[in-house]
Design a protein around this ligand. Structure first.
Ligand SMILES: [Zn+2]
Length: 198
């Protein structure tokens, strides 16, 4: 019996790399004894493919109500969770491999560029379903909210809603798994565009 879809899994070499990119990204985000973490708390809003029962209309070209109390204008039902990510606001999405957080478009030889774009990094396991974004087959982009932080960098919560206070909203344009040793996903890169909070 042979399974043509079986993964041969013969990629593990006896030569062990001295650096582990997953560990390195964990240090960048959360810090270590000799490195200050750069990660910030964010709210990840993951949209499902289920349309909002409150405002979605088939006959109306899937139109949405921007202040819909059920979906807040997304048009689809969603769930939200907290995550810790590193945000490089004002940096254009990376179009070329190797242009890493420079603050410049690959073509631009000068200056800082687009304030409504951001490149954001998170750990490899934040998007276990990354194929949803790389094929892609999601109905509408996920969103990411920056949240207010205290002087220690911890999220500040609203006393009434018990939710973190949101300060900026980003539309996630792409979710790109970055590969490393043994074909593993080492970290995830997001390209984002700012949205105005309604
Ligand atoms: Zn709605």
């Amino acid at each position: 019996m042979s399974d043509i879809w079986a993964d041969p899994q013969d990629r593990i070499s006896p030569y062990v790399s001295t650096s582990d990119l997953r560990e390195a990204m964990h240090t960048v985000i959360f810090g270590s004894v000799d490195f200050i973490g750069q990660g910030r708390p964010v709210i990840l809003r993951e949209l499902t493919d289920t349309v909002c029962p409150g405002c979605w209309s088939k006959n109306d070209g899937n139109s949405r109500i921007s202040n819909c109390i059920y979906c807040q204008g997304e048009g689809y039902q969603f769930r939200e969770r907290m995550a810790t990510m590193v945000l490089f606001a004002g940096i254009a999405p990376v179009y070329k491999a190797g242009i890493f957080g420079t603050g410049q478009y690959p073509e631009a030889g000068f200056g800082y560029t687009d304030p409504v774009k951001a490149t954001i990094y998170c750990e490899w396991n934040v998007f276990p379903n990354y194929e949803r974004y790389t094929l892609p087959n999601n109905s509408s982009p996920d969103k990411l909210f920056e949240v207010k932080v205290d002087r220690f960098g911890n999220a500040v919560y609203d006393a009434t809603t018990k939710q973190p206070i949101r300060t900026a909203k980003w539309k996630i344009l792409s979710v790109t798994p970055m590969f490393g040793d043994h074909g593993r996903v080492e970290f995830i890169e997001l390209s984002c565009e700012k949205e105005i909070i309604a």
